[in-house]
Design a protein around this ligand. Structure first.
Ligand SMILES: NC(=O)c1ccc[n+]([C@@H]2O[C@H](COP(=O)([O-])OP(=O)(O)OC[C@H]3O[C@@H](n4cnc5c(N)ncnc54)[C@H](OP(=O)(O)O)[C@@H]3O)[C@@H](O)[C@H]2O)c1
Length: 364
């Protein structure tokens, strides 16, 4: 074990991951066992009515995103692979086409930790839809991209990188793509990839400052970055956002919003941790029979993507169409309203700053 791994093993955040995360996962399985509800079986016909449906999968170049993109292509979707690396996007498309030669795929670069990049993605997506003579709409958005970081890094927008990639980015992307989802002639959907780790969040500050991850940066000065708490907080915010968006849109809008929790899946999510620690964690989880591979881990994601619209606002976990309750705090409407207000204010600031940097005009 090298010095970095040893330092991490001695940190409270490592034990938080090892103990609290495992307990949260076991609690989720207990809920599944006691009162997991099966949503109505997956439905496909309604989205196919208007021709080949289009779905956008973020973080499609690895793990769950890659597996979900392949599975949705098999389901007949025209899949828009969204990822930050052009090379990985091309390799992913090649790999999916190797297994499914007639898969309909399109690849676009987007970095969820950059407002400018998301705007560029929106423009390219609209341009492609226009050039291809397609209906100006999309049917499914899967907010899958996510990360776990070992240090506090600040994005070009001045936000903690994990915070922006895991929550602010998906919030912005969803807001920006809502017109295309609303324009769909058939029911459309947003699926947000959350995690059982949201259960570890017991008190919450959802101010604009907190959303920028200022607190996480302060912790890391002279100490270690709170990698576990930051990740849990971002997944909690994404979950609360899913419920609030569901409430605001309501079923008559034609857009349903689901949260999907895959459980624990062997992917590259722990890539920033010392390899010996991630190998050890996967070994323990495998021994406990809790570790899944991406192909099976996407069960909850596909359930959420293909469930009937009436299942909007549900938390999918455990596959086989099953849903459970998320943490009590995640259903707090006051928290949801505050989070929505702070996220919208942050989005307004980013829009303004972007306009100013393009026009050179400063608002006083
Ligand atoms: N694995 C689990 O046990 C587990 C459990 C619960 C929830 N989840 C959630 O599932 C989702 C997928 O994670 P995974 O386990 O499949 O991990 P992964 O293998 O590391 O895949 C993460 C994907 O997100 C992309 N990504 C990261 N930062 C990005 C950014 N700034 N802009 C655009 N894309 C970015 C990565 O792109 P690159 O390929 O370019 O790196 C990669 O394609 C995450 O939201 C995660 O929180 C995972």
């Amino acid at each position: 074990m090298d010095r970095e791994a040893l330092r991490m093993v001695c940190s409270p955040q490592f034990w938080r991951m090892g103990v609290l995360w495992t307990l949260s996962l076991l609690y989720s399985y207990l809920l599944l066992f006691l009162r997991g509800r099966t949503a109505a079986p997956r439905r496909r016909e309604d989205v196919r009515r208007g021709g080949r449906p289009i779905c956008v999968v973020t973080g499609a170049t690895s793990g769950l995103g890659r597996a979900a993109a392949a599975a949705l292509a098999r389901e007949g979707y025209h899949v828009v692979l969204a990822g930050r690396s052009a090379q990985l996007l091309s390799e992913t498309a090649k790999e999916i086409r190797r297994q499914q030669p007639d898969a309909c795929l399109e690849a676009f670069q987007v970095d969820l930790s950059s407002y400018r990049s998301i705007k560029k993605f929106e423009a390219s997506l609209n341009q492609w839809i226009w050039d291809s003579n397609l209906e100006p709409s999309i049917q499914l958005l899967i907010n899958n991209a996510g990360m776990l970081a070992k240090s506090h890094r600040v994005t070009e927008d001045g936000i903690d990188e994990v915070m922006q990639t895991n929550y602010i980015g998906p919030f912005i992307l969803t807001s920006i793509l809502l017109p295309l989802l609303k324009n769909s002639p058939v029911p459309s959907r947003v699926v947000n990839l959350t995690s059982f780790t949201h259960r570890c969040v017991s008190e919450i500050d959802v101010s604009e400052e907190a959303l920028q991850g200022v607190k996480f940066g302060q912790h890391s000065v002279g100490g270690s970055y709170p990698l576990a708490s930051t990740y849990e907080y971002t997944k909690f915010c994404l979950l609360v956002f899913s419920y609030e968006l569901h409430r605001q849109l309501n079923i008559s809008s034609g857009i349903s919003v689901m949260a999907a929790d895959p459980g624990v899946v062997e992917t590259r999510i722990m890539r920033e941790l010392p390899p010996c620690l991630s190998r050890f964690a996967f070994f323990i989880l495998r021994t406990l029979n809790l570790l899944q591979q991406p192909d099976t881990g996407i069960g909850a994601v596909l359930d959420a993507a293909l469930a009937p619209p009436e299942a909007s606002g549900k938390y999918f976990f455990g596959g086989k169409g099953r849903t459970i309750r998320s943490s009590v705090l995640s259903y707090d409407i006051e928290v949801a309203k505050k989070l929505w207000a702070a996220s919208s204010a942050l989005l307004r600031d980013l829009r303004l700053r972007d306009r100013e940097s393009r026009t050179g005009r400063t608002s006083l």
